[in-house]
Ligand binder design. Sequence first.
Ligand SMILES: [Zn+2]
Length: 319
Amino acid sequence: MKAINTVTGTASPEQLGTTLMHEHLLIGFAGWELDCAAPRFERKSALKTCVERLKELRDLGLETFVDPCPMDIGRDVSFMAEIASASGMRVICSTGLYKEDLGKAAYFRSRTIDDIASIYVSEINKGIDDTGIKAGLIKCATSKGQITKYEEMCLRAAARAHKATGAPITTHTEDGTMGCEQLDIFASEGVDLRHVIIGHSCGSSDLGYHVAMLDRGCFLGFDRFGLDFVHPDKLRLASLIGLLGVGYENQVVLSHDSVACWLGRGLEGILTPETAKLVANWTPTHVFKDILPALKRAGVGEAKIRAMLVENPRQYFQN
Ligand SMILES: [Zn+2]
């Protein structure tokens, strides 16, 4: 047994149960706090929205909700803890910095890898600000088709903080690119790749890309179901069914990367009326309501579904 930090205390890997490995309660891209013309953030109604959402998930059998919001895009761990207490859902939060173009690189760019690693270690071992809430995993992120110098620094810091604390690593990849290069960086820091989830791997349906990563021992996040405007569910499903068909069920985790509440204007102005139609299913219940039935219709059995939702999250935190 190994203690996992949750926002309301510790849990053992066996206690996690059915787990969504990548969802968000609150996101605000760096700078949102300066947008005084945006609608004010109504904490009370946001809290209500999130509690309702988690209660709905609890009714569908979900026991653990992992919110890998990096520290620089609106992470609010007290807000998460209030929601966890009110909904009865176990919530795990993260430390880590986001990709260069959407995070707060301006300050951290001139720090060293070990400066950044020491922040991550402190958030895992001592707690975040003065909340006493500790991070349970480490997030890092890369851009589309490239890993900037800054992002590489954050990946190396994540690797070192992982080695110092045992907290596992989860990543953001953009449009299914750079997963292999992320693994190269972790491996060069001596990370056992069974402690790593390459997130948003379902942003590509290139099975060669997936198998190249899986054969190095990591987990892949098929964790953007419902985000059809980035990559269609039909292609995410086709590649997932293919990978399950050849026996990779012990290395895939499922999720949506959904966002319950936004700080600032959120997706306003980003989605067009056309693309808005393509996020109609982008809710954290979609896997349970639509994706699992689709997998079953394709012949995927209960044992493989249980592996992706229960056993792989447990194994990832236990490794
Ligand atoms: Zn995310």
